[in-house]
Design a protein around this ligand. Structure first.
Ligand code: AG3
Length: 282
């Protein structure tokens, strides 16, 4: 489990004995924060790797395969995203991608664990200045409580959490979705990562069903993410008149993306047939 010093490898074990592993040169950090166990490694081929409670959050080389896909489809489907809320995302990768949109005037990130933000600032080449952007506001706090208490309305709410099992489970509950829906502007878009398609299928189904009770329309999509047991799933909830099957290609062109291909947006909706059948309730 985890780091094997002799093998110089780190393996994350998913359910059913499915593993994702990286060869590592050394462990740089191992500490217990108030909320979780944090490890940082120097990998052989993928830069530094951040691990929380034994689960791989990102490798520097290829993290865009997650952050681009979490952020841009949702923001490019919205006609004019100006005020954006990020829940989680302590490494700053999601904030960085949000701030690439010229329409964005304000991006608030609410991360529960300030140690993750500090470690990211000290060690990781991920935020790339995002934390210092005048449009960014970083708050240390519980995203669930923040959303309950805020008077603000957001054009987009992006949840960049750990897995839908364990401490982040609340972020996948119907109550939380109701709260998010209430705090969205009209039109508004909600997007969350939703776990491994193959290994957390039940969690994906549960989250999808709960979102369907709350949002006007719900979409699912998937993408191969470097470092995770892929394909990885994402869920989108809409308030008002947004068609998530279409994105603004003109705004997309200015972003010069590496992984997500807005000109082939429809390929995001590919799902293994049995998962699609399950999602569609057949
Ligand atoms: N947040 C999603 C992490 C999920 C990974 N799960 C796993 N490895 N079992 C990523 C944080 C990057 N901003």
């Amino acid at each position: 489990m985890g780091y094997n010093e002799e093998e110089r490898a780190f393996i994350e074990w998913y359910p059913m004995g499915y593993g994702v592993g990286f060869k590592v040169k050394r462990r740089l950090l191992e500490l217990q924060t108030k909320y979780q166990r944090l490890e940082l490694y120097e990998t052989e081929g993928f830069g530094k790797m951040l691990v929380l409670d034994g689960t791989i959050q990102l490798v520097e080389v290829g993290e865009e395969s997650y952050h681009e896909v979490l952020v841009h489809p949702a923001l490019l489907a919205h006609p004019n995203p100006r005020n954006v809320l990020i829940i989680g995302g302590g490494d700053g990768g999601t904030l960085r991608e949000v701030l690439r949109h010229k329409t964005v005037e304000r991006a608030t990130m609410v991360e529960i664990d300030e140690i993750v933000v500090e470690v990211a600032q000290l060690y990781l080449d991920v935020a790339r200045g995002a934390f210092d952007d005048p449009r960014a506001k970083v708050i240390t706090g519980d995203g669930v409580k923040y959303l309950e208490g805020t008077e603000e309305r957001f054009d987009a709410i992006i949840v960049d959490s750990t897995d839908p099992v364990g401490p982040a489970k609340l972020l996948f509950s119907e109550d939380f979705y109701r709260n998010a829906y209430a705090k969205l502007s009209d039109p508004g878009v909600y997007v969350t990562q939703a776990g491994s398609v193959y290994l957390f299928t039940n969690e994906l189904l549960d989250a999808y069903r709960a979102m369907k009770k709350v949002f006007d329309r719900v979409y699912y999509f998937s993408f191969p993410v470097i470092g995770y047991a892929s394909p990885w799933s994402f869920l989108v909830g809409i308030k008002g008149e947004i068609d998530f099957r279409k994105v603004d290609l003109e705004r997309a062109r200015e972003l010069e993306l590496y992984y997500y291909d807005p000109e082939r947006h429809e390929t995001l909706f590919q799902m293994p047939r049995y998962v699609r059948k399950l999602l569609e309730g057949q």
